[in-house]
Design a protein. Structure first.
Length: 242
């Protein structure tokens, strides 16, 4: 790539990012949860196409990149509007902006992480938050040996300061990575503070009032599901060998 092409590519990406961040979110009501779960996958594929300087993509190619069938992709995108052109496909930049509006990439959403053990620290170091429109603005842990330590320049605050951190940062989303026996109390305090979106990594089910969205990530459960499929695959292989 020549210096001029590199410069043009940089300008294009900066313009796209600027446009994306100035779009107001306009979530479309009535989108199935399964479709919502696939939108970030489509966005990741589109970002990769944009980085490769590909301006248009057919539904078959985008579906393959996202790991779904073309009919499913077209059905999912139909909930957002009609952005494809017959015989041409989708404009990568425009579709990227439209999906970004739905999944929150048009904003720098302030996020706090409660629980800075091994998992919480790994999450705090995860660069994917920043590239997807989420900014970690607060780190909370009750352990005296952790309080005051910095991760990417952000100091870990004591759990007693949770209310102050939420109030001062305007945190919209909280990540709970505490031990199971501490998670519910943390969730209760967050809800009282007006936080209505929680990503729960603690191995427990949180009880929250209506209007509070909780997404649970159970790593042990996911491994068990993988082990089930692995066991089935081995059984099928042994059966086929008889």
């Amino acid at each position: 790539m020549t210096a001029a092409e590199t410069r043009d590519d940089t300008v294009l990406r900066q313009a796209q990012d600027t446009a994306l961040r100035h779009l107001e979110p306009s979530p479309v009501k009535g989108i199935p949860d399964a479709t919502i779960a696939r939108l970030p996958v489509y966005l990741r594929a589109l970002n990769q196409l944009a980085e490769a300087r590909i301006s248009t993509v057919r539904s078959e190619a985008l579906a393959e990149a996202a790991g779904v069938n073309p009919a499913q992709l077209r059905k999912d995108l139909s909930y957002l509007g009609s952005y494809g052109r017959r015989g041409v496909g989708y404009d990568v930049g425009y579709l990227r902006l439209q999906i970004g509006r739905q999944v929150g990439s048009a904003h720098d959403w302030p996020v706090i992480i409660v629980g800075l053990g091994n998992l919480g620290t790994a999450l705090a170091n995860y660069s994917g938050f920043y590239s997807r429109g989420f900014q970690v603005v607060g780190l909370i842990d009750p352990a005296p040996e952790l309080v005051g330590k910095r991760i990417h320049g952000l100091a870990i605050r004591d759990l007693s300061e949770l209310e102050e951190v939420v109030a001062s940062t305007g945190a919209a989303i909280a990540v709970i990575a505490t031990p199971a026996d501490a998670a519910q109390a943390v969730a209760d305090r967050l809800v009282d503070l007006g936080v209505t979106s929680i990503l729960n990594f603690a191995p427990t089910v949180l009880v929250v009032p209506d209007g509070v969205n909780v997404r649970k990530v159970d790593l042990g459960q996911e491994l068990q599901i993988l082990a089930y499929h692995e066991q089935r695959a081995r059984a099928d292989y042994r059966g086929a060998g008889r």
